[in-house]
Design a protein around this ligand. Structure first.
Ligand SMILES: [Zn+2]
Ligand SMILES: [Zn+2]
Length: 238
């Protein structure tokens, strides 16, 4: 159920950014064209019970990575598989200033993962923060836009400033597994003690989980007990 204020905010946003389909970029009266929605493939039940990554047809319940590594987050929900359509959506939201994609993508996250999110009962949605200088350059943080959109859909409040990125880090896609952890060490900090027990931590894409781990550690240090990650899509390269 969407809140009334959420609906009013959506109506106001529609005036500023007319709704466009995030897959084809053309106007779409209801968030996304049905044929474009079909190109986004949800992660199915055969997924890693910890990180939410899509698994093959075997009987395993953990991916190779989660069998060998303990994550700081408790679990992660990834909504879509890494198809070309999903990759394009995220790329344009992130690098092509397509902020208007956040609303339809938030809508789809809630549509496909709402039941799992509700089951987890998060008190708040916290986006993975961007370093302040980088956010000024880009003009926005795409994870924050998605968190706000998901908040409007779900009625779960968004706490965009709960975490701070204390320094610039190198893009994770350029780094190997070992370098990733070092790259993020101490890069996130909570804005003082936090009052929540269960937090939904949002990032656009899941690759190795290192970013979510570093953020989850900072949240737990600030008093949060459980952190559930939510990502629009699982990535490749892990
Ligand atoms: Zn379309
Ligand atoms: Zn896993």
């Amino acid at each position: 159920m969407r809140s009334l204020t959420g609906q009013m905010k959506d109506a106001a946003l529609n005036l500023i950014f007319p709704p466009v389909c995030p897959v084809c970029g053309k106007p779409a009266p209801g968030y996304i064209h049905p044929e474009c929605e079909e190109r986004l493939v949800p992660v199915n039940r055969q997924r890693c019970i910890v990180c939410g990554k899509q698994l093959g047809d075997g009987r395993e319940t953990l991916c190779l990575d989660c069998r060998h590594r303990r994550h700081e987050f408790n679990q992660t929900i990834s909504v879509f598989q890494y198809t070309e359509a999903a990759r394009q959506c995220i790329y344009r939201l992130k690098y092509k200033n397509k902020r208007e994609y956040a609303a339809p993508l938030g809508h789809l996250m809630w549509k496909y993962a709402g039941r799992r999110i509700r089951f987890y009962r998060p008190e708040v949605i916290v986006p993975v923060p961007m370093y302040a200088a980088k956010k000024r350059r880009r003009g926005y943080n795409q994870a924050e836009l998605l968190a706000q959109a998901l908040s409007r859909e779900s009625g779960i409040p968004c706490a965009a400033d709960a975490l701070i990125r204390t320094r610039a880090t190198r893009p994770m896609k350029e780094l190997s597994g070992g370098e990733r952890a070092a790259n993020l060490a101490g890069a996130f900090q909570a804005d003082g003690p936090l009052p929540w027990k269960r937090v939904l931590l949002l990032d656009d894409i899941y690759t190795s989980g290192s970013t979510l781990d570093a953020c989850a550690a900072a949240l737990k240090e600030a008093g949060v007990q459980e952190v559930c990650g939510i990502c629009l899509c699982t990535g490749e390269g892990f």
